[in-house]
Design a protein around this ligand. Sequence first.
Ligand code: UFG
Length: 332
Amino acid sequence: MTVLVLGGAGYIGSHAVDQLIDQQYDVAVVDNLQTGHQGAVHKKARFYQGDIRDKIFMESIFEKESIEGVMHFAANSLVGESMQQPLQYFNNNVYGTQVTLEVMQKFAVKSIVFSSSAATYGEPKEVPIKETADTNPESPYGETKLMMEKILKWCDKAYDMKFVALRYFNVAGAKLDGSIGEDHSPESHLVPLILQTALGQRNELTIFGDDYATPDGTCIRDYVHVVDLVEAHILALEYLKAGNQSTVFNLGSSTGFSVKQMLDTAREVTGREIPATVTARRAGDPSTLIASSEKAKTILNWKPQYTDIKDIIASAWNWHKNSPHGYTDTHN
Ligand code: UFG
């Protein structure tokens, strides 16, 4: 079965390509390399550089490949940037998904696993957050992910196109052998920033606020290992292939860790000091985000393996130590 992975050169997409190939799927990748790295793409995948908004390009891929399912990771994903550049987010994320679905419809491809986000919920009224919670996104980024889910819902009704939308919480970690990992430029995610500080590439970590209503005053997030997260995508693809109905799943570890707990754990794992200072809150950060992932465990039979935060940080550290300058060390 050929799976088309959109955004397969990005952090999560490249781990998905790797695991799909490991599990004997045939994989084609589309990525415009705006934020992705060609060096992150498994050599056994067929790589096509291009933009999902380019319909002629997308049709040429569907003509060449016998695609049976799509995994869609191709999107801009920074909350802060989306507040400054909302139109870029609506164009790339929403319009890009529309073109993808138009081409899927034309070529009668009926299954899509979609990379959604906890940002669709906004500030939660209750934690852990269930899939039935209200969706009130507080950023254009979260809004685009919710709009994309809604487009999928209507395509299911009209064209019987089936989707699974996976709402990620905080994805972290790297493939266990350290060969691929997280490399954003500029970096804004907590775990890589902590580890870059451990490597001496940054002077200190800035903790965004310690006056939240949490036990140590810093924000609590639910960190899920990228390898576990990707496994849920493969289970979702199989779920769709078995003829099941479209639905939405949260993906998290159901446990929360504060910024200070993450920092302390990273100090323990790396054996490095990792200087940190507290500054003002970052605009738009909710105090606590924890997923209920029961639905994915029950329906997809998802069994996350790396729920210990030490394992998540250790795998990320393995990648950062081996590739201190990211993909520039070995590839582009
Ligand atoms: N943080 C710091 N200092 C930093 C960076 C982050 O204290 O230098 C804190 C943040 O304030 C937050 C936590 O660390 O409390 C995690 O921040 P990240 O930027 O790593 O992640 P977010 O929780 O902001 O966002 C992540 C994804 C988004 C997604 C969101 C949904 O990156 O794409 O989860 O929950 F939308």
